[in-house]
Design a protein around this ligand. Structure first.
Ligand code: ADP
Ligand code: MG
Length: 623
């Protein structure tokens, strides 16, 4: 029998190893940006085409590489950053394994240009499938440019695995944000298909946060800053009124490296505690610095997870630092820490929260919005659509008014079309066809009572409206587009780069739903028209809220893009509980609900109404 074991050829071994480092365009972006930062650049430009599938290029003005280093840098385990195993525990740079460039060269066509300040000419190297094709001298400025083309051209299985361009671009933007957020002193730009998405001038951390996350955070950031012998923390948290439905705007950096930590997130959430509603997420960008020997960043290959030598101290420190920061801006709940004695001595904890501070905080605008926030309806009413009544006007003109509604569909038909869970049991509550929809009663500005021939129904107005809108949207994209009313004065909508990408993705569907939006460059859209039957006046807010909700759903893989959009818009446009309705409005709502294919539940499966039987009532009263 011949021997059967063979060594894999280098390029195959590299391709396999590359899989761990470069999973998608965004992973290459991260590695290249980090290399540029490590090289001491003050200006870093990222250029991508086709969401990085066709081209990813990073140009920096860092220290550059010599001719030999340029060539060496593509060898596996070639690094200038560690020399022995001890270094691993004191590492301060972003990269250190010496795998990134080797991996990139294994799965794409690379062109590297680099020049050191002291050299007269630079070096240009072309590599294809780990093989050097060309090396020559070039005239260039100090710094490095690495362009990688046709990612995974030689690993079709991986290439096919990539997601759509918008989705890969979102991953790239995520990585870009994580790196640029932690180095506000460096200029960064991102250009995608020739369009500049980010242009971040160097500045303070605060400026950088606002540049990236949007102007609405300006004047809404609370500075966090505590120092101790063991660790330091600094950064910003958003004031409680800026919380969102998604955890998107939350960043932790340890020694300037972005990390994900459910544990530390819990510490921050704990500090916000009662100040924010459940299921809402405050913005935070926090930097923790501590002795590298106190952490093990080597636990995960993509280095986003981290192990602290002493987690409990870090947790307590983060929590008390954020709590202290918030306390200075609002009436914080009494400082009741049950902490490690070493933490108790920290300034943040031992410093008294004086009466003076309390009263100045009470008069601050934050405190005011804050206490209003607790009155849910106050906010709801303000943000709901003012002219929601207009919603039904067109519908009413075309549908004859019927007092005795009958269900259009048989139960079987409904079941076949709508295999949603919980449907059968809810459905069985409602076999009463006849309703009296004169003299409707609204209770608590939220529930509508409708008498039918076997008892009565209690309808939850917001849930009912969500169902109506949702079915309308489905019909709209099925060929009954919702009429657009052109705005007399087009409204501009300025978005963050991330929202810009999401909205661009949704444009075609939004058009069917009555929104006419046009990109206007510079992260701006112009709202040219809105659904004819949605009141005018807060188009901007409506779209911002819709995006927010869309992102909230986007973790949910079970929904398609359309489905998410429909649900988001229905949620956003639905008339909220707590809104008083006129007879006519209630009537239209009830009629609209029972004209739906599936009147009994919201798109998310909440009941829209509950039926009560008269004979049950009779029994209760001994009749
Ligand atoms: P690592 O960053 O882990 O050391 P890489 O494969 O990313 O490994 O890079 C290999 C080496 O190439 C680095 O250690 C560095 O010396 C050099 N290098 C990479 N990118 C640059 C750059 N943009 N400017 C200067 N040197 C670079
Ligand atoms: Mg590197």
């Amino acid at each position: 029998m011949p021997d059967i074991i063979q060594l894999l050829p280098d390029n195959i071994a590299n391709q396999i190893a590359a899989g761990e480092v470069i999973q998608r365009p965004a992973s290459a972006v991260k590695e290249l940006l980090e290399n540029a930062v490590d090289a001491g650049a003050t200006e870093i430009k990222l250029i991508v085409n086709d969401a990085g599938k066709a081209l990813i290029q990073v140009i920096d003005n860092g220290k550059g590489m010599s001719e030999t280093d340029a060539r060496m840098s593509f060898e596996r385990h070639a690094t200038s950053k560690i020399k022995n195993i001890d270094d691993l525990f004191h590492i301060k740079t972003m990269g250190f394994r010496g795998e990134a460039l080797a991996s990139i060269a294994a799965v794409s066509q690379v062109e590297l240009k680099s020049k050191k300040a002291e050299d007269i000419t630079g070096t240009c190297i072309e590599i294809d499938n780990s093989v050097v094709r060309k090396q020559e001298a070039v005239a260039m400025q100090q710094g490095t440019s690495i362009a990688m083309k046709n990612l995974f051209f030689n690993v079709p299985a991986r290439r096919n695995f990539l997601k759509s361009n918008p989705s890969e671009l979102r991953h790239i933007i995520d990585e870009f944000i994580r790196v640029s957020m932690s180095f506000p002193e460096i200029f960064f730009s991102l250009t995608s298909n020739g369009q500049q998405v980010f242009h971040l001038e160097s500045g303070s951390l605060k400026q950088r946060i606002i540049q990236i996350l949007g102007n609405n955070y300006s004047a809404k950031l609370v500075s966090v800053q505590e120092q101790s012998d063991y660790m330091n923390i600094y950064g910003f948290v958003g004031k409680p009124e800026t919380t969102k439905k998604t955890r998107g705007d939350q960043y932790f950096f340890v020694n300037n490296r972005f990390i994900k930590s459910a544990y530390l997130n819990h510490a921050v959430m704990g500090a916000f505690d009662e100040m924010i509603a459940r299921d809402s997420f405050p913005m935070y960008t926090l930097f923790i610095d501590l002795d590298p020997s106190q952490i093990d960043i080597n636990v995960h290959p993509t280095k986003q997870e981290i192990k602290f030598e002493d987690e409990k101290i870090v947790y307590a420190f983060v929590k008390s630092a954020v709590k202290h920061a918030l306390a200075q801006f609002s009436i914080a709940p009494t400082l009741d820490f049950e902490l490690d004695p070493s933490i108790q001595q920290l300034d943040s904890i031992s410093k008294p929260f004086t009466e003076e501070k309390k009263s100045s905080a009470a008069s601050s605008s934050l405190y005011n919005t804050f206490s209003q926030k607790n009155q849910a309806h106050f906010i709801e009413n303000k943000s709901g659509l003012k002219h929601w009544k207009d919603f039904y006007e067109p519908a009413e003109k075309s549908t004859p008014v019927v007092t005795n509604l009958t269900f259009e569909h048989s139960n079987d038909e409904l079941l076949a079309n709508n295999p949603e869970p919980g449907f059968v049991s809810l459905r069985s509550l409602t076999s009463e066809p006849l309703m009296v929809i004169e003299h409707l009663t609204q209770l608590h500005n939220t529930y509508i009572i409708v008498q039918n021939d076997t008892g009565f129904l209690v309808i939850q107005q917001q849930n009912a409206h969500e169902r109506i809108l949702y079915e309308r949207f489905i019909k709209a994209v099925d060929g009954k587009p919702i009429a657009i009313q052109q705005n007399l004065f087009p409204i501009t909508l300025e978005l963050t780069a991330m929202d810009m990408v999401i909205l661009t993705e949704l444009l075609p569907e939004l058009h069917f739903l009555g929104y006419h939006l046009e990109p206007f460059g510079n992260n701006t859209f112009v709202i040219q028209g809105t659904p004819a039957d949605v009141g005018q006046g807060n188009e901007k807010l409506a779209i911002e809220k819709m995006l927010e909700q869309y992102k909230h759903f986007s973790a949910d893989l079970k929904y398609t893009k359309r489905e998410k959009l429909f649900r988001s818009l229905a949620w956003q446009q639905a008339i909220k509980g707590g809104t008083p309705l006129t007879q006519k409005e209630m009537k239209t709502l009830v009629e609209g609900l029972f004209a739906c294919n599936m009147p009994n539940i919201t798109p998310n499966g909440k009941p829209t109404y509950t039926a009560f039987k008269k004979n049950e009532l009779d029994k209760m009263f001994g009749r």
